[in-house]
Ligand binder design. Structure first.
Ligand code: FPP
Length: 252
């Protein structure tokens, strides 16, 4: 059911939505199941949000699937997550093709298990010409990692004379991050009631609107995404200016 969809102003869509998919473990516990059952059901919510975002015309959807800190989880859960990732990327390739979605990853995927790495590269290759939306899956990712790898590239550029440190501005730095060429995040959603950024896209969310919902990730549906977008469209985005300077049409 596309409840709320018709109320969305397509002229004022967030160009880039990022989601911290949280609450899989609690959802599984509620259903008296092991944690991995929550992750398995989380894949349905990935499909729902990807389809809904692409149908509306969102340019980029970034999903936090595995952080650099998630390696600290029990080995059995890490292995199950990696296997699930391989299975779901493989299983959802038709959804990506049908919806004209290009898969991309952000994060250090070299350190993922080989099978996982290969499956990702194959899906990235298969979807490379899809043009309706980019779906970034953040894997072995953290915001601090991203900024650090950008600093390393910039430092090398300065050392070899390709970059002039005094001329470097924020837009230049953007080009060294893993989201180079993509718009900054405009709407950041976190499910499960937690209200933290958890080392996600630290630089790219500088002016993002944050939306927190108590819904646990496996229950997150298209309807919930529409609610988040409608809420975003009711906000006044000032970017440091004062209210009277904002010329954008008021939505609510
Ligand atoms: C957070 O819930 C969820 C994760 C760390 C994993 C999310 C991964 C998927 C949904 C797998 C599929 C992903 C793709 C992109 C195909 P949690 O385990 O922290 O839940 P809790 O806080 O309730 O314990």
């Amino acid at each position: 059911m596309d409840t709320h969809k018709e109320k969305i102003n397509l002229e004022k869509l967030p160009r880039h939505i990022a989601i911290i998919m949280d609450g899989n473990g609690r959802w599984a516990k509620k259903h008296n199941q092991p944690r991995v059952f929550g992750h398995q059901n989380g894949v349905n919510a990935v499909r729902e949000s990807a389809e809904a975002s692409a149908e509306l015309g969102v340019e980029v959807l970034t999903l936090y699937a595995f952080s650099t800190e998630n390696w600290k989880r029990p080995e059995s859960e890490v292995n199950a997550l990696m296997e699930l990732l391989v299975e779901s990327i493989h299983g959802e390739i038709n959804t990506l093709m049908d919806n004209n979605i290009r898969l991309n990853t952000i994060g250090d995927i070299q350190s993922l298990p080989e099978k996982c790495h290969d499956e990702l590269l194959s899906a990235i290759h298969k979807t490379r010409n899809n043009s309706r939306m980019v779906m970034n899956v953040a894997l072995n990712y953290s915001g601090k990692w991203d900024i650090t790898q950008a600093i390393k590239k910039i430092a090398r550029g300065v050392k070899n004379g390709e970059i002039h440190a005094d001329n470097l501005d924020c837009q230049d730095v953007d080009q060294y991050l893993s989201t180079a060429g993509m718009p900054d995040v405009e709407l950041m959603i976190r499910t499960s009631g937690e209200q933290r950024i958890s080392n996600f896209l630290l630089w790219q969310t500088a002016y993002a609107e944050f939306y927190f919902t108590p819904v646990l990730w496996p229950d997150f549906s298209k309807k919930h995404l529409y609610e988040a977008i409608l809420n975003y469209q009711c906000r006044e985005r000032r970017f440091g200016k004062i209210s009277e300077q904002i010329t954008q049409d008021k939505q609510c």
